[in-house]
Design a binder for this molecule. Structure first.
Ligand SMILES: Cc1cc2nc3c(=O)[nH]c(=O)nc-3n(C[C@H](O)[C@H](O)[C@H](O)COP(=O)(O)OP(=O)(O)OC[C@H]3O[C@@H](n4cnc5c(N)ncnc54)[C@H](O)[C@@H]3O)c2cc1C
Ligand code: SF4
Length: 332
């Protein structure tokens, strides 16, 4: 599979990158590490006229603690996040998620956290070569009017398999989207659309500049299930955050399930069921994990491998393991 032709644009400042985005709009795509984008282009799923590379924008590569937040530049590599003491100490779920992404080559050489969040949703009916897809009618995402994954669907239900986005949503993260002349901050939990063709609300003239994580003084954890331990996407994953009260009970909890739907799912009911419970209350954790499974199941679509029944059942396991791990870290 060969890459289609495109113009390569290499701005050396953020301002120049935003000027280029404002000028080219839908005709251009941002190139960070390229480990998602270039694969899609090779498969003929995307043919931008120009790529605006972030390679020279070192100003978008940093991890720092400031004003009660951890701030991460969008072009920061997955390897830098894994190596960061700050992330390991205060955002354990993100560390655990990044460690699982792809393979060491993806983490070390090119993959970025911004690209991880903004990678396109996936579906095994669609993420195929042009030759494979040409053998049958086009689905919604390919410009047609049908869906192979959910027959009656009037829209695309491709699945968000981003490990990073699931962990970051559990941590209550927001993102800063910059455009020429301004920027906006969006809570990651409100960033997603209801259509897998354009799964998130980053406009074509916008650039993801920074990820901000509130330092909440709790413990977080992340677990995922994939066919292989490397070079594979999750088929179910879960990120959780537990915050202790002065009485050492659970003051606040966040449970997020990923790889089951068009976006990571923040499960408010299961999360709030843990408020006031003790960190040793395993029955409460089991109930929250089962509630998470029941809440996530209606969103799930059979389009990323394994049977739907198996993935739904595993939601409960992933959530339970993450809760137990976060609780153990608080007790330690
Ligand atoms: C074999 C393989 C296995 C993988 N396994 C996993 C996995 O287990 N878990 C997982 O989560 N991912 C996985 N991935 C997907 C991908 O490698 C990672 O998500 C990686 O972090 C993407 O980062 P990138 O910098 O390469 O993104 P790119 O490919 O450069 O970009 C991805 C998308 O985001 C846009 N973009 C990137 N940065 C910005 C920005 N700052 N502002 C606006 N738009 C931007 C691009 O235009 C593109 O549409 C895998 C990929 C491969 C090829
Ligand atoms: S979910 Fe349906 S419309 Fe979307 S990519 Fe898969 S088959 Fe196509």
């Amino acid at each position: 599979m060969r890459l289609p032709r495109f113009d390569y644009l290499g701005p050396d400042t953020l301002e120049a990158a935003l000027d280029l985005l404002a000028f080219h709009k839908d005709d251009a795509k941002i190139l960070a590490g390229g480990t998602d984008l270039l694969v899609r282009m090779k498969k003929g799923l995307l043919k931008p006229k120009a790529l605006i590379s972030l390679k020279a924008l070192n100003e978008l590569s940093y991890i720092k603690k400031q004003d009660g937040y951890i701030k991460i530049g969008a072009r920061t590599s997955l390897a830098d996040i894994i190596a960061s003491d700050l992330i390991q100490k205060e955002a354990q779920a993100l560390f655990q998620a990044c460690e699982k992404i792809g393979a060491i080559t993806i983490q070390h050489f090119t993959g970025t956290i911004g690209g991880n969040i903004l990678q396109n949703n996936r579906c095994h009916h669609y993420n195929q070569s042009q030759f494979h897809r040409s053998g049958r009618q086009a689905c919604h995402k390919d410009g047609g009017k049908i869906c192979y994954a959910r027959e009656e669907a009037d829209r695309c239900n491709s699945t968000c398999q981003s490990d990073g986005a699931t962990a970051l949503m559990a941590l209550g993260a927001s993102i800063i989207l910059a455009q020429k002349g301004g920027e906006r901050t969006v809570d990651l939990a409100n960033f997603y659309t209801t259509d897998g063709i354009m799964p998130h609300a980053c406009e074509s003239h916008e650039l993801l500049k920074e990820i901000i994580i509130p330092v909440q003084g709790g413990q977080s954890a992340y677990h995922r299930l994939a066919y292989r331990s490397a070079i594979d996407y999750p088929i179910v994953c879960a990120g959780v955050l537990l915050k202790p009260s002065p009485k050492n009970e659970i003051e606040d909890a966040r449970i997020v399930v990923g790889a089951m739907s068009r976006s990571p799912l923040f499960l408010a009911k299961a999360s709030s069921s843990l408020k006031g419970k003790r960190f040793t209350d395993m029955a409460a954790f089991k109930k929250a994990a089962d509630d998470s499974m029941n809440s996530a199941a209606p969103f799930a679509v059979h389009n990323v491998g394994a049977t739907l029944e198996y993935r739904c059942a595993m939601v409960s396991q992933m959530v339970l393991r993450a809760l137990e791990q976060a609780a153990a870290a608080i007790k330690a």
